[in-house]
Design a binder for this molecule. Sequence first.
Ligand SMILES: Nc1ncnc2c1ncn2[C@@H]1O[C@H](COP(=O)(O)OP(=O)(O)OP(=O)(O)O)[C@@H](O)[C@H]1O
Ligand SMILES: [Mg+2]
Length: 388
Amino acid sequence: MTFMELRSLTKRYEGAKTECVKAVDLKVDEGQIVVLLGPSGCGKTTTMKMIAGLIEPTSGDVLIEGRSVLSTPAEKRDVSMVFQKPLLFPHMTVAQNIGFGLKMRGVPKDVIERKVKEMLELVKLEGYGGRRANQLSGGQEQRVSLARALIVEPKLLLLDEPLSALDAELRLEMRELIREINRRYRITMMFVTHDQQEAVMLADRIALMVDGEIVQYDGPSAFYTRPRTRRVAEFFGWTNFVPAIQKGRTITCCLGEFTFPGLEEHDGPICLTIRPEAAVLCPEDQGYRAVVRKAVYMGTRIDYEVECLGSRLGISLDSERMYEKGEEIHIKLIPSKIWAVKCDGKTVCDNRVVWENPAPFKTTSGGAGETIAPSVLDPPKLPSEQSP
Ligand SMILES: Nc1ncnc2c1ncn2[C@@H]1O[C@H](COP(=O)(O)OP(=O)(O)OP(=O)(O)O)[C@@H](O)[C@H]1O
Ligand SMILES: [Mg+2]
């Protein structure tokens, strides 16, 4: 069931030349965590502030449980917001900070005390109630902020990059806590981040925002398997883009002819995009010949730039063995890690990878688990090897 809905929500700040939030439509189901993900300056905070009632939209609407809340003041919207910086009252105790919202509402003292205790347990800060807020670590401050936002029992919790100042371990802990709170209380949450990994770990659904527009709204896995545009693909680490032509459900490019399950019909130029993990090593007679041009050790994986069929390809392989610059390897491609994207109006030829030397390639493939390899055992030679 839709809990919160944005309809053509638009914001243009006074004096600004363009809108920074452009006719955003979004439906958030009850009890879900929706992550608003996007690069810095794309309009995430502005969107959140309009939902919370902290700024007014230029046009469009915010609906909660089917009713417009634009004329409802912020404090009556049943929406709490947690910011990147905790904004606690430094000289009040932790308990006073957490209970502040209830005190403002005239809730009796004994009720506040009971609820504060409950909140301290929830955010795992039992025993810290009497501590002054300016005597806390960054992670503890953010837990207090969370408790302070939750104690008023909001129907919608907005979290604007609340973890960006914390170290990796604390972030992980806090993410788990946020998910636990979401599951236990079934509070609908909207979480802002520019960290793709964080988005994937937390979200039921991700709304990817670029330049004030939602470019894809989907479950996390869709961004790794079915990005809608090249820009989305780039944001999620797809590194190789090969110009191709699509006719109906068939894609033709220098690698051959493809179709994919779930591919929408389309006629015209597209980009075939290949994830760095799409390449796997294979015996010499079964794959493309590639020469290592650059190798970067990443711990569990090694990122390579290889030259293959006359082009540069970014791939990522297991780190069992590190191949050195100039070494020759043989690779096959996994079709489930290849996808077709629209080109966002850019020319397809500014791609990092352009196969200048098409292989005589006939394999048509689609199902997961299969690999794509040249149909000939003698792939074209690299330009450097060709006789002048
Ligand atoms: N009060 C304001 N007046 C004018 N312009 C503003 C105001 N607040 C934000 N902007 C502009 O609106 C755009 C969107 O800002 P916003 O804060 O929503 O981005 P964001 O996605 O939250 O970025 P970040 O990830 O850096 O926090 C930016 O270009 C910003 O400069
Ligand atoms: Mg922001």
